[in-house]
Design a protein around this ligand. Structure first.
Ligand code: ATP
Ligand code: MG
Length: 353
């Protein structure tokens, strides 16, 4: 008797594995699920029926067959129903991805249904959002480049043509030519830095550095500009050492102080403050200018963002985006505020040593 049970159990197992392997060859999830339902019911019933028949030579096998057939049909129907729902959800997801591939970046899949399919829809939507952001960034870049790079190039061209046609002396245009070339070089440089930040290709050579030295260097290089604008430029700081790549942090400081000078009217003041706050060093650049536009405290860090009052200026809207990328690459934070006494304050932190 035990021998028979072992044989039936082994045979059931073998048939089950073979049919399950075979089911994987069926062309749709719907058929695979229906087949699984059928297998799940018929196999145990067949095993029971076979053992019963072997043991008692029952005469009631027709009834058992009928019960087996009925329960198998119910299971198949249930399997088909489940398969139908899954199939519909998959079809919707397929339609959404076809639409996305056709260029409609607004399309999103419904995040409902069984957990796995809802997760699939969620990651599809995340992918679509990323793709849309990427396309928006590309469009932004093209718009930006077509204006901010073409303008200095056009003016260079005009000046060179004027010189060529003998309408102007080269010496007359030399300073402007130099200035336009410098602007172009700075913009290309900024774009390159931003691309490296985006690509995560920034390799920082961290060194222990005294923040005061970086601030001094920055102030020294901008003293002349501050004087020509009639703005007082000063630093208030205590000793503070950080781990950073000095060139990058100097670049951040230059961006912030240049902005502050650009937005502060004459007779105003710009100050760089350094203080150690717990495990971090906080560096702030304050000015007495018009301040950050209300509500723009976050957006000032977006690339190509320029405040209305600054649109006529020669900024490209990249300085703060680069500053944020560099500070975050050092493990710090950067934020902007409107000062209560008027003017703007942009602060960032760096890990102290
Ligand atoms: N100190 C500040 N006071 C007032 N507004 C500011 C200040 N700093 C930045 N902003 C606003 O934030 C915008 C973005 O600054 P960001 O440095 O990114 O670009 P930009 O200075 O216009 O150009 P770029 O730095 O590329 O030459 C500025 O156009 C300006 O509107
Ligand atoms: Mg700037």
């Amino acid at each position: 008797m035990i021998g028979l049970a072992v044989v039936v159990a082994l045979a059931t197992l073998a048939v089950g594995v073979l049919v399950a392997l075979g089911l994987r060859l069926l062309p749709s999830v719907r058929l695979q699920l229906a087949g699984l339902a059928l297998l799940a019911v018929t196999l145990p019933l067949a095993a029971v029926f076979l053992s019963g028949w072997a043991m008692f030579h029952m005469g009631d096998d027709v009834k058992i067959l009928a019960v087996a057939a009925a329960s198998a049909s119910v299971a198949v129907a249930a399997g088909l129903l489940v398969a139908q729902t899954i199939g519909t959800r998959i079809a919707r997801l397929r339609d959404a991805s076809t639409e996305l591939a056709a260029g409609n970046l607004e399309v999103r899949a419904e995040e409902a249904g069984p957990r796995e399919l809802a997760e699939l829809a969620r990651s599809f939507n995340a992918m679509a959002t990323d793709l849309q952001r990427l396309f928006d960034a590309r469009r932004e870049l093209v718009t930006w480049a077509s204006h901010d790079l073409r303008t200095p190039i056009a003016s260079l061209q005009a000046m060179l043509e004027a010189i060529e046609d003998g309408l102007a002396e080269p010496e007359q245009y030399l300073p402007s030519l130099q200035q336009q070339v410098q602007t172009l070089a700075r913009r290309v440089d900024d774009l390159f830095e931003l691309a490296r930040i985006d690509a995560g290709a920034l390799t920082l050579e961290l060194r222990e550095t005294e923040v005061g030295e970086l601030v001094d260097a920055c102030i020294r290089s901008l003293t002349a500009e501050a004087a020509s604008r009639g703005v007082r430029l000063e630093a208030r700081m205590g000793p503070a050492r950080v781990r950073c790549e000095p060139d990058k942090i100097e670049r951040v400081l230059l961006n912030l102080v240049t902005n502050a000078l650009r937005h502060t009217p004459s007779d105003g003041a710009v100050a760089v403050l350094v203080s150690a706050v717990g495990p971090e060093v906080e560096i702030s650049v304050e000015d007495t200018g018009e301040g950050i536009e209300p509500g723009a405290e976050q957006t000032v860090f977006d690339r190509f963002w320029r405040g209305d009052r600054a649109r006529s200026g020669d900024g490209a809207g990249l300085g703060l985006a680069i500053a944020r990328g560099l500070v975050e690459a050092h493990g710090g934070r950067i934020w902007a505020e409107r000062r209560r006494e008027g003017g703007a304050r942009i602060s960032f932190t760096l890990p102290a040593v």
